[in-house]
Design a protein around this ligand. Structure first.
Ligand code: H79
Length: 534
């Protein structure tokens, strides 16, 4: 080939690789579905917050309430905080034991702090001395975890990486109490380049990383453009990697969801909370602590019960989300005993009931008084998993709003069939009590056709407070075309001969509109209501 053409081609490729970063925000839905597949299947992961802050274990001077934020909450000067580096020597650390505990608990991934806000790096980074190789321990913790994940199998390694950094001078947004770290001569672009080089180490040298979980994005330092750029940069290095929404600026507070368009990030990140309802078409993961702190705090004994943790996992799965449950290992590298005990108990439950969690979708029911529902479709079969938190006193489990009959009803733990009666809009299952599992006992409805679940209507209006008149619009969720809506305006619950809704209501007086779905003259949904004020 003509050398001049070759030269032009080389230059063009250089141009492409340098400036023309691909825009991964334009990915199609099938592409995203494929990339998210393992993560949606997994449903349950382990968060690990570990770093220098495990050494003070929450205690500084007269207070014992600190944790991974200790450098800031106790206002520790950098020089003093650096003194933890020569003290970090977790001689009980055993990567295989950690990975095995996660696996035995039924978890499918581990998200560990490669770097938290304090800036300390748990791996052998070429980019900084503020890393584990400067400690007496001198072992690459992330490398050992990556190896353990590969050897044991079934656990994906993921990294939590803080954008905010209280150690690197070029992260030039200072804590308001820091007077000894001048910002003159610092360069935010240089910090971003540093972070990118570090992330390249992490995405290149530690096997098949599942997720990058960013945090600390809320400060003014970080800009929307930085988020989009970082997202595209990492996807460019590993196209199938999954990245949380805190890479960008779209997150709405601790509720954790990105609702506006144009922001980067593959899933929402509610922190210490669970959304009220499922969010159709949205991927999200609730992260929570087992006690009240992320990093190890020796004084914090307020651990959630096993029952609470299992029911949180089920609640989250029933709303279509993932559960990222945190462990704060001690400075010696061991897990707190309370955490070990709970992981073991959750694992015992998962061994019996995992099928009702992995790969399930959100409940088709709006409300079930006795517990939660998850569902899974396989071929033309659909399984509805009824998670019974509160065992019915009369031993009869009522499921309202279901219009067709399952092929079988059985107990998940031993596949034993249960008698049931199917009405036109409900199902009654005769349980054999008492409950075999106070945490959650699961019954399965096996359908050989699509289950018909009736949805309640939704009442909407331009304004519920009005001067002369306003409109109330009542609609059924998309796809619900078998039922009809009946309504009242006097505050009573709609019945079979209440007015049929056909077009929007003109409201001229203060009133309460109530509506419900009816099928062949039978109430088949819950009652919804909305108050209007003149
Ligand atoms: O790593 C753990 C915590 O150390 C870290 N995230 C978990 C996973 C964390 N950092 N800060 N916080 C938790 C709480 C901070 C909350 C706020 Fe904000 C930051 C309140 C105001 C700024 C985020 C942005 C929530 C509201 C706006």
């Amino acid at each position: 080939m003509n050398p001049r053409i070759i030269a032009v081609c080389v230059l063009f490729r250089l141009y492409l690789s340098s400036s023309a970063q691909k825009n991964y925000l334009l990915e199609s839905k099938p592409e995203k579905d494929q990339r998210m597949e393992w993560w949606r299947e997994a449903r349950f992961g382990m968060f690990i917050h570990w770093g220098l802050y495990a050494i003070p274990a929450g205690e500084w001077k007269d207070k014992t309430t600190h944790a991974e934020w200790i450098r800031t909450t106790a206002q520790i000067p950098l020089k003093e905080y650096d003194q933890f580096v020569p003290q970090f020597n977790p001689d009980q650390f055993n990567a295989k034991a950690w990975v095995q505990m996660a696996k035995d608990a039924g978890m499918k991934y581990i998200t560990i702090t490669s770097k938290h806000h304090d800036g300390f790096c748990l791996w052998d980074s070429k980019e900084t001395d503020f890393d584990v190789m400067s400690t007496p321990f001198k072992r690459d913790i992330l490398k050992e975890l990556a190896t353990a994940c590969r050897e044991i199998g079934g656990i994906r390694l993921c990294f939590y990486h803080s954008i905010m950094d209280w150690h690197h001078p070029d992260y030039n947004e200072r804590r308001n109490w820091e007077k000894d770290r001048p910002v003159a001569g610092t360069d935010r672009k240089r910090y971003i380049a540093y972070m990118k080089r570090q992330l390249k180490e992490l995405v290149t040298n530690y096997g098949d990383i599942g997720v990058f979980w960013f945090d600390g994005e809320w400060e003014g330092f970080w800009k929307h453009e930085d988020g989009v750029d970082l997202y595209n940069y990492l996807r460019g290095l590993k196209p199938d990697v999954i990245i949380n929404n805190r890479v960008d600026k779209g997150r709405g507070g601790m509720a954790g969801m990105t609702t506006a368009g144009g922001y980067a990030g593959d899933f929402g990140t509610p922190e210490q909370e669970i959304p009220e309802t499922g969010l159709p078409g949205v991927d999200w993961e609730s992260c929570m602590t087992m006690n009240n702190n992320w990093g190890y705090n020796k004084a914090d004994q307020q651990f959630k019960s096993t029952k609470d943790l299992i029911q949180k996992l089920v609640d989250i799965a029933s709303k279509g989300g993932n559960f990222l449950l945190n462990i704060g290992p001690k400075a010696d590298g061991s897990f707190p005993q309370e955490s070990i005990d709970r992981l073991k108990a959750i694992g015992d439950w998962m061994k019996v009931n995992g099928e009702s969690i992995y790969g399930t979708n959100a409940s088709p029911f709006e409300h079930t008084s006795w517990g939660r529902v998850t569902q899974k479709t396989a071929g033309n079969k659909t399984y509805l998993y009824l998670h019974v938190f509160d065992w019915p006193k009369d031993g009869v489990l009522h499921l309202e709003g279901i219009g067709n009959k399952p092929q079988y009803v059985y107990q998940l733990w031993n596949k034993e069939k249960l008698p049931f009666i199917a009405n036109s809009n409900s199902l009654m299952v005769q349980l054999t009590g008492p409950s075999p599992d106070e945490n959650d006992a699961v019954m399965v409805l096996e359908y050989w056709e699509k289950p018909l679940v009736y949805k309640a209507p939704v009442i909407s209006t331009y304004s519920a407070d009005f001067i002369l008149a306003t409109d109330a619009v009542i609609s059924l969720p998309a796809g619900e075309n078998r039922t009809e809506i009946r309504y009242t305006t006097d505050g009573s619950d709609p019945v079979a001969n209440s007015p049929l809704y056909t077009s929007k209501l003109n409201i001229t007086q203060s009133s309460t509109v109530k509506a419900a779905s009816f099928y062949k003259g039978q109430l088949v949904s819950g009652v919804v209501s909305k108050s209007f004020k003149k």
